[in-house]
Structure formats: structure tokens, C-alpha cells
Design a protein around this ligand. Structure first.
Ligand code: UDX
Ligand code: ADP
Length: 480
């Protein structure tokens, strides 16, 4: 029986391995992690991550051919294929600080693999990493190999959170990079056989190691660039009276451009986009390509601009001050259908409003108070370390309360900011909400989920990203 072990039971490792176990009942899959609470949660009824459809897949295979364990060394030793899906934070100190990936966790995983292995193994890079990481890992493994043969593959994951299970069931493509040697080719074929159980062969792309690594960074950079492009347009739409939804629709009808990923928003978030672009920027700089580096940097700059523009809209609309005012924050996760808050635009928007002394009442259907408080107190880039290495529960931000209901969040509020596009925010009873708010009552829709006209009829002053401005906002400055 082929044995697979995955180091790192996070948003990538957990769902990916659960689907491999479901599709390959004859393969034994062990997901291991150094975090005891995380593994306990994977073994309980409340999984550590919220992902539609995941519970069902885990329940079907757990205890049969899917195991979650903290016994990292034992499972690595027994495995034929070892996936590595550990944290790769952005460095905060030293060479490349603020840009380069910190490969500490990857390196320690590689050294451990070399240490405990007694048989040949295929080691698969699954975390997003800078180009040429595989080469570095290969060096660590071969220099410590004690005669064991390690083949390194890069098999980047393209799943998006909230749709992870569907993305894994029907991926647009699976990418496997490896060495262009007979042993490398053989390893690629071994991994290909696993995916070929459910992915059509023509969708499994094989390439060299560096192409695979760079393709992942490039794909995320292109996606993020689309959002920054439409968000840049949203500012121009507000200035000129055009409607960004109509512009996106018209632009997306061009089959060369396509309709997906053109929703203007308060900004993109998530664990990948910013980190991957920073990585790309760093690689370009290291390779003497400052023009290319600056081109990609601009994608992040527009994203930051969009978040501060939003905060400025809120503050300037409310008589240039939110000091002491209650602002309801609806949605904190970086997108709907996930409880993940990594790099969520809500963090910067909330910090911006707190900087202007607002009182915040936050509601998100999937994010709890501890997480929100931790996020608001955390330093940039600290989020991407294993939980036991993150700063202990910081002192709670006093001006923030977290509630479990949109009506409680909005009671007596002066304004509402919608920061995640949860479906339930579309069908709230906005008349009821209006009646219990301070007047004038404001809605700032950072995801274009509400029907602005209907809300205006109720009496709200409404700001929607990239839409023609309410008369109230027309003469107010919102330049970031
Ligand atoms: C992304 C990539 O899509 C995925 O392929 C990769 O493996 C990991 O990074 P993820 O971060 O989970 O996935 O979510 P995604 O759906 O890409 O959304 C990222 C951010 O962009 C979210 O904050 C989302 O709200 C925002 N977004 C997305 C927009 O603002 N507008 C859009 O049109 C689409
Ligand atoms: P991703 O979104 O890429 O899946 P996560 O941060 O959710 O990333 O998961 C990474 C996981 O890797 C964490 O649960 C962390 O505890 C685990 N991890 C980090 N280093 C090691 C290691 N050396 N051995 C085992 N697990 C590790």
C-alpha cells in the first residue's frame, strides 16, 4: 500500500489530503502537525477550518485511510511520498525583510525528513515558496541523505478557500514540476498516478521544477492584478459617475478577458496574494529586474490605496470624525464561506477607523472574538507563524466588541461597513436595522452586496464601491 504523509495540517494540507484519501481508498494518508490543538480538532467533530463540504469528506475517510497525528517522525519515516505544506511567512528581519519568504519551517521540515528517513522518498513542495526553493531543499536532503534517494517535486496548490473541495474535485489543472532526469521523470509519474484517479490526464501538466514554482507565483500575481485593475477603475468610476459593475460586465464580455474575478471590492486579502507578489518582487530585485519588480509592487499599492480610500470615505462622510461613534462591521473574514482572516482587508479598515477613535461592533458568522482581537493587535506578517509561536493573547482592543448577530452589531450604530460578501448580508431586514440606528444612518458597502437604491428609499446614506455617489458624498474628499 502506498503511504502518503503531509507535514502541515493547515488550509492546504488538510483539505488536499482529505480529498486524496477519498479518491484513493487504497492509499494511506497521514496528515501530521506540530500543533497539538490543531490535530485534536482534525480528530474531533469541530474541524479547525471552516470549508463547505470538508466535514463530509473527512467523516467518510477518517480512521479508514485518513489519519491526523502529531507523531510527525513516525509517519514521515513510513511514507513513500511526503508532502510539505508548512508556513512560509514573509521575513520581518534581516536580508529581504518585508518581501522575501522565511523558509525556517520548510528547512526544519527538510532536515527532519533527512534525519528520520530509512527508505527512498518523493518529497513534494506544496506550500507556496519562492522559485528555487526546491533546489535548496534538495541540497539539504542530499547532503544529509545517508545513501537514501530523495526526489523533489513541486506540486503547487491552486485551491481557493470557500470552494476548496470543489476546486480539488475539479481542478482547472494539476501542476507537477520535477527534475528532468530519469529519476525525476519517474517521481513525476508516481505523483501523476495519484491525481490521475480523478483528474483527466490532459489537465495534469508536467514541467521542470522552476517553471512549476514560478507558475504558482505568476498565477496569483495575475489574479491579484485583475482585482487591483478593477479596483483602480472603481476609483475612477466614483470620480466620473460611471458604475464599476457595468464596466466590469462590459469588459468581461470580451472572451479574451473573461467575466471572472472582476468584482470591485474594499481590497483583496488572504494568505497568498500579497505574500506571493512580495516574493515575486524580491526575486525580480535579486535578479536585477527593478522595472519588473516595480510593476508588480503597484498591484499591492493599489490594494492598500483601496483600503485607505474606503476608510477616508467613512470618516469624511460622517462629518470628518468617527470619534466615539459606534460603527458596525459586518464581515471580518477575507472572503465569504471561510473563517480565515489572514490579510483580510477588514484588519486595515478596522485599524484605520480605530485610528480615528471609532467604537467598533463586529459581526462575522465564522470568526470569533479571540481571533478578531488577535488580528487587530498583531504586527504585520506575524500571522503566518505556527500558532504556538505567535504572540500570546494580546491585550484586547477596548473600543472593539464582537457580537454574534448583525442586528446586535448595528443597534445604535451611526454607520455600517460591509467588509465580507456573506450571502446573509443581502437579505437582512434593513428597515429594522435603520429604525434602531442613529441618524443620519450610513451604509458603506465594501463588497457591493446591498441594493443601494432600496436602502436609500429606507433613508440610508449609501456608499457602494465604484458606484455613482450619493449626493451626500459628492463634495467630500476621499483621496487616500
Ligand atoms: C487564491 C487563489 O485564487 C488560489 O488559486 C490560490 O491557491 C490561493 O490564493 P484565495 O486567497 O483562497 O485563493 O481566495 P480568492 O478567491 O482568490 O480571493 C482572494 C481575495 O480576492 C479575497 O479577499 C476576495 O474577496 C478578493 N476578490 C476576489 C475580489 O476582491 N474580487 C474578485 O473579483 C475576486
Ligand atoms: P496553509 O494555508 O499553507 O495550509 P497553515 O498556516 O494553515 O498554512 O498551515 C501550516 C501548518 O504547518 C500549521 O498548522 C503549522 O503548525 C504546521 N507546521 C509548521 N512547521 C511544521 C513542522 N516543522 N512540522 C510539522 N508541522 C509544521
Amino acid at each position: 500500500m502506498v503511504k502518503i504523509c503531509c507535514i502541515g495540517a493547515g488550509y492546504v494540507g488538510g483539505p488536499t489530503m482529505a480529498v486524496i484519501a477519498l479518491k484513493c481508498p487504497d492509499i494511506e494518508v497521514a496528515v501530521v502537525d506540530i500543533s497539538v490543538p490543531r490535530i485534536s480538532a482534525w480528530n474531533s467533530d469541530t474541524l479547525p477550518i471552516y470549508e463547505p463540504g470538508l466535514d463530509d469528506v473527512v467523516k467518510q475517510r477518517r480512521g479508514k485511510n485518513l489519519f491526523f497525528s502529531t507523531d510527525v517522525e513516525k509517519h514521515v519515516m513510513e511514507a513513500d511520498i511526503v508532502f510539505v505544506s508548512v508556513n512560509t511567512p514573509t521575513k520581518t528581519q534581516g536580508l529581504g525583510a518585508g518581501k522575501a519568504a522565511d523558509l525556517t519551517y520548510w528547512e526544519s521540515a527538510a532536515r527532519m525528513i533527512a534525519d528520520v528517513s530509512k527508505s527512498d522518498k518523493i518529497v513534494v513542495e506544496k506550500s507556496t515558496v519562492p522559485v528555487k526553493t526546491a533546489e535548496a531543499i534538495e541540497k539539504i536532503l542530499t547532503h544529509n541523505s545517508k545513501g537514501i534517494n530523495f526526489q523533489i517535486l513541486s506540486n503547487p496548490e491552486f485551491l481557493a478557500e470557500g470552494t476548496a473541495i470543489q476546486d480539488l474535485f475539479n481542478p482547472d489543472r494539476v501542476l507537477i514540476g520535477g527534475r528532468e532526469t530519469p529519476a525525476g521523470e519517474k517521481a513525476i509519474q508516481e505523483l501523476k498516478k495519484v491525481y490521475a484517479r480523478w483528474v483527466p490526464e490532459e489537465q495534469i501538466i508536467c514541467s521542470n521544477l522552476w517553471s512549476a514554482e514560478l507558475s504558482k507565483l505568476a498565477a496569483n500575481a495575475f489574479l491579484a492584478q485583475r482585482i487591483s485593475s478593477v479596483n483602480a477603475m472603481s476609483a475612477l468610476c466614483e470620480a466620473t459617475g460611471a458604475d464599476v459593475t457595468q464596466v466590469s460586465h462590459a469588459v468581461g464580455k470580451d472572451t479574451r478577458i473573461g467575466p471572472k474575478f472582476l468584482n470591485a471590492s474594499v481590497g483583496f486579502g488572504g494568505s497568498c496574494f500579497q505574500k506571493d507578489i512580495l516574493n515575486l518582487v524580491y526575486i525580480c530585485e535579486c535578479n536585477g529586474l527593478p522595472e519588473v519588480a516595480n510593476y508588480w509592487k503597484q498591484v499591492i499599492k493599489i490594494n492598500d490605496y483601496q483600503k485607505s480610500r474606503f476608510v477616508n470615505r467613512v470618516v469624511s462622510s460622517m462629518f470628518n470624525t468617527v470619534s466615539g461613534k459606534k460603527i458596525a462591521i459586518l464581515g471580518f473574514a477575507f472572503k465569504k464561506d471561510t473563517g480565515d482572516t489572514r490579510e483580510t482587508p477588514a484588519i486595515d479598515v478596522c485599524k484605520g477607523l480605530l485610528g480615528d477613535k471609532a467604537r467598533l461592533s463586529i459581526y462575522d458568522p465564522q470568526v470569533n472574538e479571540e481571533q478578531i482581537q488577535r488580528d487587530l493587535a498583531m504586527k504585520k506578517f506575524d500571522w503566518d507563524h505556527p500558532i504556538h509561536l505567535q504572540p500570546l493573547s494580546p491585550t484586547a482592543v477596548k473600543q472593539v466588541s464582537v457580537v454574534w448577530d448583525a442586528y446586535a452589531a448595528t443597534k445604535d450604530a451611526h454607520g455600517i461597513c460591509i467588509l465580507t460578501e456573506w450571502d446573509e448580508f443581502k437579505s437582512l431586514d434593513y428597515k429594522k436595522i435603520y429604525d434602531q440606528m442613529q441618524k443620519p444612518a450610513f451604509v458603506f458597502d465594501g463588497r457591493n452586496v446591498v441594493d443601494a437604491e432600496k436602502l436609500r428609499q429606507i433613508g440610508f446614506i449609501v456608499y457602494s464601491i465604484g458606484k455613482p455617489l450619493d449626493d451626500w458624498l459628492k463634495d467630500m474628499p476621499a483621496i487616500a
